[in-house]
Design a protein around this ligand. Structure first.
Ligand code: AQP
Length: 343
């Protein structure tokens, strides 16, 4: 059985969708739809690994969907859906819980960061999160996964799980006529100048939905005044912008703002420094504000317009979920057969 190329990625409906999610993931999703069959998933099962208020979860699920559509993802041509409407994600995750090793999960830095000192009190779901992520991708035998830099380790784990499943069940896969390997080893797509957008308050920390300071991030829903205020207050250092990228090495805040500008303007950081090298931050921040407002505010406006009709968004998700199930269910039947379940 040959494996077709397919893109899969997801975003958690956990509120405060920000510029990092947009530049690291969503803009990549939009670009890839030109060349691939794509599946873009609102990963609500992942969201509940930390407690979510049910009403907020529903709202946030619609908000991520609205962001996908507002950014330019074509839900008629591609598959836009929410994870919990396709039961195969949870079913395959259980099988992968039995394939992945505890030692593999113990190495995951995101769990260590998110669980923090209160590890004993973290949910089992938070610990097993990477197995569910592997299931999301491999349920559709997706080959390419656009993500931000922070997801690299989870993608490597997904590849390890695919490889181990293919090895553990090699005889059965062959006997059932599925060739040498059932799952592809999915390729991470981590490209561009903004694969890791950093906090506006601390250039060594990732821009994150859960940062208690709203000044640390630009939200897709922010208006022009809020964006201007946040960029004005963004941490910088006293020196003017350098002429070369090498000189950004030890200047995390400057490097971050240059990377954001480059990604929004769709140019390289070198080109940004070609224009602004030697300039003071006040001048650069003014240009960055204008660019960010021009790119982000129309998306926020479109999201608000779409969110005014929640039923229409739910219909997009229902139609996408139906298309997703049409791929997932036959794959899941084969996987169960390979594992030895009577169906
Ligand atoms: N700062 C970032 N820079 C570039 N890409 C990023 N992504 C997240 N933060 C950045 C990418 O966005 C996609 C969706 O992320 P997610 O919502 O599924 O998960 P997350 O990594 O938990 O998001 P946050 O915002 O960082 O939330 P918290 O506060 O919970 O840690 C992914 O492709 C991710 O790489």
């Amino acid at each position: 059985m040959s494996i077709e190329q397919r893109v899969f990625s997801g975003v958690q409906p956990t509120g405060n969708l920000h510029l990092g999610n947009y530049l690291g993931a969503i803009t990549r999703f939009v670009a890839l739809q030109e060349d691939y069959d794509c599946m873009y998933c609102v990963v609500d099962l992942h969201a509940i690994t930390v407690w979510q208020d049910p009403e907020e979860l529903r709202h946030n699920t619609r908000e991520v969907t609205a962001a996908f559509l507002a950014a330019g993802i074509d839900a008629d041509k591609q598959i836009v859906f929410n994870q919990s409407q396709v039961s195969g994600h949870a079913e395959l995750a259980w099988i992968f819980n039995c394939v992945a090793r505890i030692g593999w999960l113990n190495r995951m830095t995101q769990f260590k960061e998110k669980a923090g000192k209160n590890r004993e009190n973290a949910s089992v779901g938070l610990y097993a999160y990477p197995n569910l992520m592997a299931a999301d991708i491999l349920l559709y035998r997706a080959t390419h996964v656009p993500v931000g830099e922070d997801q690299k380790q989870h993608l490597e784990l997904a590849r390890d799980i695919a490889q181990k499943f293919n090895n553990d069940f090699a005889t059965s896969i062959k006997a059932k006529g599925h060739g040498e390997a059932f799952f592809p080893l999915p390729e991470p797509l981590i490209t561009g100048p903004a694969t890791r957008v950093m906090s506006l308050r601390d250039g060594t920390q990732k821009m994150s939905k859960s940062d208690p300071s709203d000044l640390s991030r630009i939200n897709l829903a922010d208006d022009a005044d809020t964006i201007a205020k946040k960029i004005k207050k963004a941490k910088t250092d006293p020196a003017p912008l350098p002429e070369s990228e090498a000189e950004l090495e030890d200047r995390p805040e400057a490097r971050n703002l240059v990377g954001i500008y480059a990604a929004l303007a769709e140019v390289s950081p070198r080109e940004v420094l070609g224009e602004f090298g030697g300039a003071q931050f006040s001048a650069f921040k003014k240009a960055l504000t204008e660019l960010t407002v021009a790119k982000i505010v129309p998306i926020g406006d479109e999201m608000r317009r779409l969110l005014a009709d929640p039923d229409a968004i739910d219909q997009v998700l229902a139609a996408g979920s139906e298309k997703a199930r049409a791929i997932a269910e036959p794959n899941m039947a084969i996987i169960k057969d390979i594992v030895g379940f009577i169906t």
